[in-house]
Design a protein around this ligand. Structure first.
Ligand code: ARG
Length: 445
């Protein structure tokens, strides 16, 4: 690429600095898919003969095989996966010298990123559904186990552990929805944008869109090559998911502490101490809590790159690779670990029930009983409060608190946690995920 314009090579440091290979080498499948379709488009445009198209597609497939088999020698001085693939294709067939016609790396990279994110989105959404399913099963298992709910990390009211576990499943379902909704903004055909100014050929964009199973063709090429919104959106959704699992992880750290002893995390997800022989630490939960910082950081990192960037393509945009690739990998691993940890965590029904024996947990129920007898809420609240103070001072259960708090919990929980609706909603998501998977199966490969 430097042959014509340049007489000097990059310095060694600059070559390393300039290279996106450590991250974009993971995009090779996507780059090749884009190039196969581009070659087919070039044939339709009359730029390639049938023979040249075949040779190029075959060369691309050969390169794909070489990379898959770990036999491909990546060259850092070629900067990125795209140049590496093109250079190797040209070694295989001189026809590949025509492959980059009507294309710039700007639109090439943008498309490859979209295809990479698309397939990873689908698998991440699958992992999310697995996690939701696991939480839902656990929730069924502990559907009748009573446990205090907490506000301000102080005991509040009695709920069931099933309702508690389900609340996280609902959070992750919202995360699923966010990823699903973002899909249409990822699934866009950006070839034919060139450097950003468009291309000097009649590009069969609809054809390329169909071949790549994309939803639509970009509207404005200038926007297309500089658009990384879809990546920022993914990183934001990943960060939100991470914030959710960090909260679950924190609760598990608390619940598995000696002081609480509500949960027992399996040994497979715990570590010991190098000096204290008695320790069993909730490492998986702590790491999940800690990793949320990484996901949030990646979002901030990309937004900061994008902020104030002039149109259209700028090399700064290459800095999108690291946060995207690393977030995708870390999110997949986090979801798998979390699912495994949840599946193997045992909740101690007895310890949870014992914590519910605290008579004060019936406070709201006591107030409501008085309200139902016609006493205004504020009066009832004050009366119950005074009874609590007196009961605590004297170390006895006040008369109005005698009826067990758990007795009222059942009806309230049943109304507060709509299991049926949850199951319907989960089944809906599973169906849409399947459809997405089928819809995006590539044609013509
Ligand atoms: N490696 C670059 C990236 O990932 C490729 C795009 C380069 N385009 C350019 N005009 N220099 O963004």
């Amino acid at each position: 690429m430097r042959k014509g314009r340049f007489t000097k090579e990059l310095t060694r440091e600059m070559s390393r600095f300039n290279s996106s290979l450590p991250y974009d080498r993971l995009l090779f499948e996507d780059d090749i898919a884009g190039s196969v379709v581009h070659a087919r488009a070039l044939r339709r445009m009359g730029i390639l003969s049938e023979k040249e198209e075949k040779e190029i597609v075959k060369a691309l497939e050969t390169v794909r095989g070489e990379i898959r088999d770990g036999k491909f020698a990546f060259r850092e001085e070629l900067e990125d996966v795209h140049m590496n693939i093109e250079a190797r294709c040209t070694e295989i067939t001189p026809s590949a010298k025509k492959l980059h016609t009507a294309r710039s790396r700007n639109d090439q990279v943008n498309l490859a990123m979209r295809l990479f994110l698309r397939r990873n989105l689908i698998s991440l959404m699958g992992l999310l559904l697995d996690l939701i399913e696991t939480l839902s099963k656990k929730s069924e298992e502990y559907g009748k186990a009573l446990v205090p709910s907490y506000t301000h990390l102080q005991r509040a009211q009695i709920i069931s552990a099933g309702m508690y576990l389900n609340s996280f499943a609902v959070m992750f379902m919202r995360d699923f929805d966010r990823f699903f909704d973002s899909f249409k903004r990822v699934n866009v055909m950006t070839l034919s944008s060139g450097t950003g100014a468009g291309v000097n050929y009649l590009y069969p964009a609809e054809f390329a869109k169909e071949m790549l199973a994309l939803d639509e063709v970009r509207v404005n090429s200038l926007d297309a090559v500089s658009d990384r919104d879809f990546i920022a959106e993914f990183l934001s959704n990943a960060a939100m998911t991470a914030v959710h699992f960090s909260r679950l992880a924190e609760d598990l750290c608390i619940w598995s502490s000696e002081e609480f002893s509500f949960a027992v995390i399996a040994e497979e997800y715990s570590s010991g101490s190098s000096i204290m022989p008695h320790k069993k630490n909730p490492d998986a939960a702590e790491l999940l809590r800690g990793k949320s910082g990484f996901f949030i950081g990646n979002l901030v990192s990309l937004l900061t790159v994008l902020k104030g960037l002039p149109l259209s393509y700028n090399k700064d945009l290459q800095e999108d690779k690291k946060p995207l690739v690393e977030s995708v990998e870390a999110l997949a691993l986090s979801l798998e670990v979390l699912k495994g940890m949840i599946a193997t965590t045992r909740f101690d029904r007895e310890k949870m029930r014992k914590a519910c024996e605290d008579w004060r947990l019936a406070g709201v129920d006591v107030v409501d009983r008085m309200v139902m007898e016609g006493i205004p809420l504020r009066v009832a609240h004050e009366r119950a409060g005074a009874a609590v103070r007196e009961g605590m001072e004297r170390g006895v259960i006040p008369e109005i608190f005698r009826e067990s708090a758990g007795a009222n919990a059942g009806k309230r929980i049943a109304a507060a946690y709509n299991k049926k609706k949850f199951n319907v909603e989960l089944a809906k998501r599973k169906r849409s995920w399947k459809r997405l998977q089928e819809k995006t199966r590539l044609k013509g490969f």
